[in-house]
Design a protein around this ligand. Structure first.
Ligand code: PHE
Ligand code: ZN
Length: 877
């Protein structure tokens, strides 16, 4: 807790290499309820790269009860030989090379922050990234200190039959009093943030993978015994990831064993600890009866993501935490490419772009905006952001496009080879791209340093047989960065004729070209026979906000004929945004929009069986947040009325078409392939429109309620079951309460399904959902110490239910503030992350802004460093 003191700031410009290196680390962890003991034997030596040769050793620690310090066999005395400076251990006058043994006591049972060593449902587990290792033992807790770890774990054999750590098992045996031990040795030097340990009684799914060079790798997935039947999809995803990384990036796995443990209490999605990944149960467990199709997709991509980190993150790691995107942006790019190869590339691209523009863009345009490589932070935990991950992936994607597939592969080969076993920077990554391609990427690197979403304004004219496009780029100011320089922006484009055919753009008849912009304003000319419709930013070739004054005819042409999946989706979104703007600001009604939109929608529906998943995306209206972000000041209730009104109006006007889809796509039994998932997705969209119309009293609810009830009585899978429940509950259709009750009863023993049950209720539109959320917080199954449950109720209410969160009486804000205060005492990382839900404060109309500001200001005194950093940015912006 800070007491009115500002948090210390860490700056990239202050980076210095570590004073001491730790070539070898032997840990001995003696797990006992209430008195866990950690003994660390470190071999240390002065770092020749550090010119000023400090003779003090400074080790990080946090929440450690220090019992003894032994240097080269001599026990040190507190005061004279060492001192504790806040959380740090300082030993002055140390030799060039020495051994150090420390013994500490820790209390994993009381660790609700879920960093370091903690307990979850009767097992012990760890989370060390970014700075959690210091809660286990004293150590230079920074990613550029790589050490070879040997770990011995002791525990009660009955309660903890399974003892795991990184690397390979090298020893195990029984000890007195029903206890046992196991020793693991990791041959690869690694930073301590990749350390992991697990002790528990877990079920195991085992398999093997034979690498390209013919080595057999043992694969082990662990979960609670009751979840053993939910591990097949993760295993399958893992094997496909391993094969894909060999084929596409030439990367083979390097240990003899790869393990994943599923843990209920986890702050994030998953963690790539060397050879021992630890996963949030929500990102590894999957079964058709309990997991939606979206959940299956998420498991596939997170398993791949963590596996891919073995090279992009573990073998080559980050020099400091400012370089976080070096591993995260690159690894997200890799997992996106994997998902594209495993599923429909066009659909995955639209999903990724949709996520970026609807979540990362708002971050980049609000008080938390920061560069992909930040220049400073207070708590690094607050920088595991969509900017570092998703925008970081776009920056890697742009480089892959600039180089082309072959050169990009040569450049990543060079990167992995040159930096294997090292801790490096984003500059090192780009240098490999430059060396292989001969491109000068100096200007390109501004993408790493400059925050904010660039706005690309395009104007056109057709003169004398020439179509001229003028591009103007401008990046608005962001906190701490008032002025921005022009970026290198690759704009992929095509030009469509009146029939929607792409025109040839060169002698070879190529119909697609990439314009690489470097200046604030540039014009390009294309000789074409008549004024075309421009298809701009194809594939979303750069993460910019595109402004071009498309007319409705052009958008219809793009939607109907463009071969680029992103441009079709973008055209549909622009049509919806325009219709909604006419309602929010233009005084028109939702019903007024129907005549203009129905031909478009009918056309998409007519072609839906070409690709049902893509049709589902094309038929999905923008979210209330997305619409609200286009109107200043923000009136959330007005936006809600417009979006829900339009959905109901389209539901009514096209009821027959929606019914045909809903009935035609109904499955008699479950199938798990991508095509079946696409059909279910489209069916859910159709049901959503019908339910909106029924809920608004614009169509007779009776047949729909009968249909949904039949689904709930005999669902083929969770996608269907949850979809039916959501349709009933969100639209308050007859029988919704009974359906909720039955669902809650049926799934009370499945925590991940109960998260969905809580989430459905927290997202019922309308201000009265705040009261419902209060009741959910008092529900016996609600747990403040379980991040998934907290997210299911509070994060969903705040981030995905604007009409409730922004209740006119301010009750949503007060609930938010109370929850933040409570959580901050339990888990500051989760509190800070949740606090980002207040980031639209300055966009709100004054009455609401006042109430939200008051609620958040009350939290400042006594806030944790994590929460304080976020509150300060939001309130002081
Ligand atoms: N490094 C993890 C990833 O794969 C994320 C993470 C960060 C998990 C910090 C836990 C704590 O993205
Ligand atoms: Zn990652």
């Amino acid at each position: 807790m800070r007491d009115g003191q500002p948090n210390p700031v860490t700056r990239l410009a202050d980076y210095q290499p570590p004073a001491f290196l730790v070539p070898d680390t032997r840990l001995d962890v003696d797990l006992r309820d209430g008195e866990t003991r950690v003994t660390a034997h470190l071999k240390l030596e002065r770092n020749p790269a550090r010119a000023d040769r400090p003779d003090e050793l400074v080790l990080d620690g946090d929440h450690l009860d220090l019992r003894s310090v032994v240097l080269d066999g001599r026990e040190l005395a507190p005061g004279d030989d060492y001192r504790l400076d806040g959380p740090r251990l300082i030993i002055p006058g140390v030799p060039e090379a020495f051994s150090l043994t420390t013994e500490v006591r820790i209390e994993p049972e009381k660790n609700t922050a879920l960093e370091g060593l903690y307990r979850s449902n009767g097992m012990y587990c760890t989370q060390c990234e970014a700075e959690g290792f210091r809660r286990i033992t004293f150590f230079p807790d920074r990613p550029d200190v790589l050490s070879r770890f040997t770990t011995t774990i002791h525990a009660d054999k009955g309660a903890y039959p399974l003892l795991l750590s990184n690397g390979n098992p090298v020893d195990a045996g029984d000890e007195a009093d029903g206890r046992h031990f196991a020793t693991w040795e990791d041959p690869f030097p690694k930073p301590c943030y990749l350390f992991a340990l697990v002790a528990g009684d877990l079920a195991c799914l085992a398999d093997t993978f034979t690498t390209a060079s013919g080595r057999d790798v043992a694969l082990r997935l662990y979960a609670e015994h009751r979840d053993l039947d939910k591990l097949d999809h993760a295993m399958d995803s893992l094997k496909r990831s391993m094969a894909w990384d060999e084929k596409v990036f030439g990367r083979e796995y390097d240990l003899d064993i790869f393990q994943i443990v599923a843990v209920s209490h986890f702050n994030m999605g998953a963690m790539e600890n060397k050879g021992l990944n630890i996963f949030n149960t929500s990102c590894v467990l999957a079964h058709p009866a309990t997991t939606t199709d979206a959940g299956f997709e998420r498991v596939e991509s997170v398993v791949a993501h963590e596996y891919f980190h073995n090279w992009s993150g573990n073998r080559v790691t980050c020099r400091d935490w400012f370089q976080l995107s070096l591993k995260e942006g690159f690894t997200v790019f890799r997992d996106q490419e994997f998902s594209s190869d495993m599923n429909s590339r066009a659909v995955v691209r639209v999903e990724n772009v949709d996520f970026l523009v609807n979540h990362q863009f708002p971050e980049d345009q609000g008080p938390m905006a920061h560069p992909v490589r930040p220049a400073e932070y207070q708590k690094i935990d607050n920088f595991y952001t969509l900017t570092v991950y998703e925008k970081g992936a776009e920056i890697v994607r742009m480089q892959s496009q600039l180089l082309g597939a072959e050169d990009f592969r040569r450049a990543t080969d060079l990167y992995f080879e040159r930096f294997d076993g090292q801790a490096v920077t984003c500059d090192d990554f780009v240098a490999c791209m430059e060396q292989v391609s001969g491109l000068d990427l100096a200007q390109f690197k501004r993408w790493y340093a400059q925050a904010g979403t660039p706005v690309l304004t395009v104007e056109d004219e057709y003169v004398d047989g020439e179509y001229r496009l003028t591009f103007e780029q401008h990046t608005p100011p962001t906190p701490g960065q008032p002025d921005k320089a022009p970026l290198m922006v690759p704009v992929k484009l095509a030009l469509l004729d009146g029939e929607g055919r792409a025109l040839p753009l060169d002698d070879q008849g190529r119909t697609e070209t990439v314009v690489i912009l470097r200046e604030a304003r540039e014009t390009r000319a294309f000789p074409v026979p008549a004024r075309p419709t421009p298809s701009l930013l194809r594939g979303f070739s750069a993460p910019v906000s595109l402004r071009y004054d498309f007319d409705e005819r052009q958008l219809n042409t793009l939607l109907a004929h463009d071969s680029d999946g992103f441009c079709r989706w973008d055209a549909a979104q622009r049509l919806y945004f325009a219709a909604l703007a006419r309602v929010v600001d233009g005084g028109e009604t939702p019903a007024d929009q129907v005549a203009r939109l129905t031909p478009v929608i009918e056309q998409v529906i007519a072609r839906a069986d070409e690709d049902p998943a893509q049709a589902a995306l094309l038929l999905t209206l923008p979210t209330e947040n997305a619409v609200g972000d286009r109107h200043t000041p923000l009136h959330p209730q007005r936006v809600h009325a417009a979006v829900s009104g339009l959905r109901a109006a389209l539901g009514e006007a096209l009821a027959d078409a929606w019914w045909r889809l809903a009935e035609g796509l109904r499955e008699s039994d479950y199938q798990g392939d991508g095509a079946a998932m696409g059909r279910r997705r489209l069916r859910q969209v159709a049901l959503g429109y019908l339910a909106a119309a029924a809920g608004a009293g614009q169509v007779d609810p009776e047949p729909l309620v009968a249909h949904l009830s039949a689904t709930l009585a005999a669902p083929t899978c969770m996608t269907e079951e949850l979809g039916a429940l959501r349709a009933l509950v969100h639209n308050r259709l007859p029988g919704h309460d009974a359906a909720l009750k039955a669902f809650g009863e049926r799934w009370k023993d499945e925590p991940l399904v109960m998260d969905q049950w809580f989430g459905v209720q927290a997202t019922v539109p309308g201000a009265d959902t705040v009261d419902r959320a209060e009741a959910l917080l008092a529900h016996p199954a609600f747990e403040w110490t379980l991040p998934n449950r907290v997210r299911a109720v509070i994060a969903t209410l705040v981030n995905a239910n604007p009409s409730a969160f922004h209740a006119p009486d301010g009750s949503g804000y007060r609930l938010f503030a109370r929850a933040l205060k409570k959580l901050d005492g339990i888990n500051p990382q989760i509190a800070a992350r949740l606090a980002n839900g207040g980031a639209r404060l300055k966009r709100l109309e004054p009455g609401l802004a006042q109430q939200l500001g008051d609620a958040l200001r009350d939290l400042r005194p006594g806030a944790s460093a994590n929460l304080a950093e976020v509150l300060d940015r939001i309130l002081d912006a």
